[in-house]
Design a protein around this ligand. Structure first.
Ligand code: KIV
Ligand code: ZN
Length: 551
């Protein structure tokens, strides 16, 4: 890298818009969405989708609620042409869905595009040519005037052929490609020249798409460019102003959101942000960002996981685990304090304690998009007792008493740390079983009987101590008190039971019960134990032995 990058790179010249309005606005409704997955997204794949993959993704987009779908670049290849024909011939698009076809300002390509659209119910013909200084200089070697002529010629070729699409409702779209790197005054000039040809009206609007083909500046600059166009272009009410952002500076979403504040009506992008280089705008993120503020996005992502599966299979792309909303890890907390806060927040929500979602660390309820609470907490060495307890309870109904969580949490953490990886709920349960339930040394239960007379319980315990039989009797006001008394008569150092709780581990008569017991020894040491049995009395005796075995 250069010590002085200013030798090679320069700042981006901002738009002069001192009275910009967009910073004071808020978004209150969803824009018109247009998916360009099957065109811009497809163009960016090392192996483009075949017809059946495009068909499957098309159906998924329709199901999600897209009403405008750029189905391809029909003049670019036979596959693209065939796909368009098939959609139309097989009547795949619902009545309210527009099929959008992209075309350059070349007569032969426009001709072929029209052929591909014959018989469509609703079609958007999308004309583009590039307008930025670098494109004018390097690619076309043309002056501004000639670039305007390219656009106007293309617009006329389209206008002339419109009668060919009888029975098709047609909308026209123009994109000054590389708009965000173009002088706003020149972008306006080209767009108005196209408008002169197409003559849009408020009843028959034209889409003016303003692409951030390559992100060259901060999103506030794009917003200024959009507001400038919205305020300065003629016949604004005859236009649908559309945004089409890419993600070179990783601010495609921000640019779109600010562009909407700046007055745009429509958004082009792809689901999960596939697209050239760093991708197109991720529509899922913008839509769910609206949703998290209580705005109906008019797209349905109730089963985002199924959508993701189709997307990954059809495109061969993968969605990274940290991708907003869709990533595998985005509703997962590893850190203990986060887990604890989420657990408390979810509990408050489930109790119906709040009207509006306000769970720490979770911007939306994962279940709204087909994810599960269970996914929220996973356990690794960074996790605290909260996460451990949550998994044991949510997956196995094991409700550890709070203080026992404090004892078992660090034990589980150490074990996970040694493993050096994340652990599942089943693995945690196995750790708990090894630590508390399966301990049989030195004490092991052989038999325990009680009888009760005049409120006094007498017990007889048959145990193994280091594999040697030991028998004793004891008395108390309950079976556990009798057991503790019995131990003292057998010469075991004194201890007392300081906490006790139990619950069923499932339903039905044969269901096991689990008992948790805290034991305090005469020297002050405190240990927890747990026992499982279909007989609750035996479960609690086993819990006492478990605590003694851990002492
Ligand atoms: O990024 C872009 O500028 C495009 C245009 C063709 C709209 O994809
Ligand atoms: Zn693009």
């Amino acid at each position: 890298m250069l010590k002085d990058p200013s030798q090679k790179y320069r700042p981006f010249a901002p738009v002069h818009l001192p009275d910009r309005q967009w910073p004071n606005r808020v978004l209150t409704r969803a824009p018109i969405w247009c998916s360009v997955d099957l065109r811009d997204g497809n163009q960016a794949l090392a192996v483009p989708m075949n017809v059946s993959q495009k068909l499957e993704l098309f159906q998924t987009l329709v199901k999600c609620g897209f009403k405008e779908i750029e189905v391809g670049f029909p003049s670019a290849s036979n596959t693209e042409f065939a796909f368009n024909r098939r959609l139309i011939a097989e009547n795949r698009a619902p009545e309210d869905v527009w099929l959008q076809a992209l075309v350059q300002a070349r007569e032969d390509l426009i001709e072929r595009t029209f052929e591909s659209l014959v018989g469509a119910r609703k079609a958007i013909i999308h004309l583009y040519n590039s307008t930025s200084p670098a494109q004018r200089r390097v690619v076309f070697g043309k002056a501004k005037k000639e670039i305007v002529q390219v656009a106007v010629r293309g617009a006329k070729w389209i206008q002339d052929r419109l009668p060919r699409l009888k029975g098709t409702e047609v909308m026209l779209q123009y994109s000054p490609e590389s708009f965000s790197a173009t002088e706003v005054e020149f972008a306006k000039e080209v767009a108005e020249a196209v408008m002169d040809v197409w003559q849009p009206t408020p009843q028959r609007k034209m889409i003016l798409n303003l692409p951030d083909t390559v992100e060259v500046a901060m999103p506030n600059v794009y917003a200024d460019q959009i507001e400038w166009i919205c305020r300065n272009i003629r016949d604004r009410d005859s236009l649908v102003i559309s945004l089409h952002t890419h993600n070179d500076r990783c601010t495609g979403v921000a640019a779109t959101e600010l562009g909407l504040l700046a007055g745009a009506d429509r958004v082009e992008g792809t689901i999960f942000g596939n697209g050239e280089r760093t991708g197109n705008l991720d529509i899922v993120t913008v839509a769910l960002n609206l949703y998290m503020h209580g705005i109906d996005p008019k797209l349905d992502f109730s089963d985002l996981t199924a959508m993701l599966e189709v997307y990954e299979r059809c495109t061969g792309m993968t969605v990274p685990p940290r991708q907003p909303y869709a990533g595998e890890l985005v509703f997962t907390a590893f850190s203990g304090s986060h887990q604890d806060a989420i657990k408390k927040g979810l509990a408050e929500w489930e109790r119906g304690g709040r009207q509006h979602w306000d769970v720490p660390y979770l911007t939306i309820d994962p279940t709204d998009i087909g994810r599960e609470y269970r996914e929220v907490i996973r356990v690794n060495s960074q996790s605290g007792k909260g996460g451990v307890a949550y998994l044991l309870e949510s997956e196995f109904g094991i409700e550890l008493p709070k203080e026992m969580q404090r004892e078992f949490g660090p034990i589980a953490n150490d074990a996970v740390d040694r493993l050096g990886r994340e652990v599942s709920g089943a693995e945690l349960k196995a750790m708990f079983w090894r630590e508390y339930i399966e301990r049989t040394a030195p004490w092991q239960l052989q038999g325990f009987e009680t009888e009760s007379r005049n409120g006094l319980v007498r017990c007889h315990a048959r145990l193994l101590r280091d594999q040697q039989p030991v028998e004793f009797s004891g008395e108390g006001n309950g079976p556990l008190a009798a057991l503790v008394h019995g131990f003292s008569t057998a010469g075991v150092p004194r201890f007392e039971i300081t906490q006790y709780s139990e619950h069923a581990l499932g339903a039905g008569e044969e269901a096991a019960a689990i008992a948790y017991i805290q034991v305090k020894h005469s020297d002050g040491r405190i240990r927890w134990g747990a026992g499982v049995d279909t007989n609750i009395e035996l479960a609690s005796v086993k819990a006492v032995l478990s605590a003694l075995n851990r002492s």
